[in-house]
Design a protein around this ligand. Structure first.
Ligand SMILES: [Zn+2]
Length: 178
C-alpha cells in the first residue's frame, strides 16, 4: 500500500498515512492534493488520481511532540549508517549504557554499531573498555526526521520536506538500506 505525506495547512509535515486514508481526506474535502502519484484509484463510477502529497485545508494545532520517534531507520540515518565506535558499516543498534545496567532506550543512549563492536562491547560500559564515541548521540532536530523515520519515501515529498531538515536526514540516509 503506497503512503501519502500529509502537510498541515501551514505546509508543516504532519505525518505519513496510507493512501486510502489520504484519499478519504481529499474526497471529504478536508485536504487538497498537492502532488499526484501518477496512479489512479478506481471506484465503481470513476477513476481518482492517487495523491502523493496532501495538505489539510484547516490548520491543525499540533502539541509539541518531543524528539522524532526513535526508529531503526532514523537512527541509522542520524549516524550515517556508520558504527559510532569504529566507523565501520553499522548493522545493529547498541545501547551505550547497556539496558541491563539501567540504560534507557532513548536517542541519547542509542547508537548504530557494527556487529563486531556490538559483540565485543556486550553489556559493558565504555569506560571499562576504554572506548569513546565518535559523536555524542543526541535526538535529530527537524520535522523531516519524523517522516523519514517511518521508512516511507517518495521523491515527490522532498521539496516539501527540505525546509524541515530533510537535506540533512537524506544526506545521511542515502545508501543506507537498513
Ligand atoms: Zn564498530
Amino acid at each position: 500500500m503506497p503512503h501519502v505525506l500529509v502537510l498541515n495547512a501551514s505546509y508543516e509535515p504532519l505525518g505519513v498515512v496510507p493512501l486510502r486514508r489520504a484519499l478519504v481526506l481529499v474526497l471529504e474535502n478536508k485536504a487538497l492534493c498537492l502532488e499526484e502519484s501518477g496512479a489512479f484509484m478506481h471506484s465503481a463510477t470513476r477513476a481518482v488520481p492517487a495523491p502523493s502529497v496532501v495538505r489539510l485545508k484547516r490548520f491543525v494545532r499540533v502539541p509539541y511532540r518531543g524528539p522524532a520517534p526513535l526508529t531503526r531507520r532514523a537512527l541509522f540515518a542520524r549516524d550515517g549508517g556508520r558504527c559510532m565506535y569504529c566507523g565501520g558499516v553499522a548493522t545493529s543498534i547498541d545501547h551505550v549504557v547497556p539496558r541491563s545496567r539501567g540504560g534507557q532506550h532513548a536517542w541519547e543512549n542509542v547508537v548504530a554499531a557494527c556487529r563486531r563492536c556490538n559483540h565485543v562491547k556486550a553489556d559493558r560500559h565504555l569506560m571499562e573498555l576504554g572506548w569513546r564515541l565518535r559523536h555524542q548521540p543526541a535526538p535529530p532536530s527537524g520535522l523531516a526526521w519524523r517522516i523519514i523515520g517511518t521508512g516511507h519515501r517518495d521523491p515527490r515529498w522532498l521539496p516539501y520536506l527540505q525546509p524541515f531538515g530533510a537535506d540533512d536526514a537524506l544526506a545521511r540516509i542515502d545508501g543506507i538500506s537498513a
